[in-house]
Design a protein around this ligand. Structure first.
Ligand code: MN
Length: 260
């Protein structure tokens, strides 16, 4: 009996040593925590998962949680964080009353996303946002949103919410000198568009790095004080799903930063 137990213990030790290990700062694929969406369920659309994997990361879903201790525990395990699209953020969080044109909100997800953004940055993790992600990051750090672009900017000649948002739809201008420009080049690019809200007051320390022709913020970043935050309003994961890898380098940025 005793001998069997010893053999089993030695076996377990050998097996665990032989298994590949991921250590912080190693060249192994980093773990990328993706914030979940949903009501009564925590889910992540497959295209976000596929884009993170294609860029060299190992995607893991961070379920919707409002317990900050649980969020902190997950942040100790992941190397980087991606925050994804979804509902409108309750304007209460940036000091406004809801307009009639505002869409649906998800109170639990608001609590989760705002805490996750702040805690990821405090934990010195690289943070990437897409769509609601850029909006949640902006609100988390003191910015505000256009609640509804069509009604609040009636002179805009650009529709920002079209079809399923897969195909590039409007131009964006990427500012030279930005990290985004280093990744995808500066100047005019085509981007898809699937949003009716957008960044209004830009949170302190963030630099707008891409705009649509009507001035709507399409990307921003913050690298002051050791922060590593890069976010876009459009949907690079949908473009990647449709076979357009123009913005895959943004995912690759997250993976590269997550190795550090
Ligand atoms: Mn747009």
């Amino acid at each position: 009996m005793k001998r069997i137990a010893i053999i089993a213990a030695v076996c377990a030790l050998l097996c665990s040593c032989a298994a590949p290990r991921r250590t912080a700062g190693s060249a192994a694929a980093p773990l990328i925590g993706i914030s979940a969406a949903g009501e009564g369920v925590s889910r992540v659309a497959q295209n976000y998962i596929d884009a993170v994997a294609a860029a060299g990361g190992v995607p893991v879903i961070i379920p919707i949680m409002t317990d900050s201790l649980a969020i902190a525990a997950i942040l100790e395990k992941v190397d980087g964080v991606l925050m994804i699209g979804g509902e409108d953020i309750d304007p209460h969080y940036y000091g406004e009353a809801a307009l009639p044109e505002m869409g649906s909100i998800n109170a639990r997800r608001d609590t989760f996303d705002l805490a996750l953004a702040r805690m990821a940055v405090r934990a010195r993790k690289p943070l990437m946002g897409i769509c609601r992600g850029i909006q949640a990051i902006n609100v988390a750090f003191g910015g505000s949103l256009w609640q509804d672009i069509p009604s609040q900017q009636p002179l805009s000649q650009i529709r920002h919410k079209v079809a399923d948002g897969e195909s590039p739809f409007h131009d964006i201008t990427v500012a030279s000198g930005s990290v985004l420009a280093r990744l995808v080049g500066s100047g005019r690019m085509r981007a898809n568009s699937y949003h009716h809200q957008a960044v209004k007051k830009v949170a302190p320390g963030f630099v707008v790095t891409a705009t649509a022709p009507d001035g709507v913020v399409e990307a921003f970043e913050r690298f002051s004080g050791g922060d590593r935050i890069l976010a876009v309003q459009f949907h690079p994961e949908k473009m990647f799903e449709a076979g357009d890898a123009s913005f895959l380098p943004v995912f690759e940025w997250l993976i590269q930063e997550s190795r550090k």
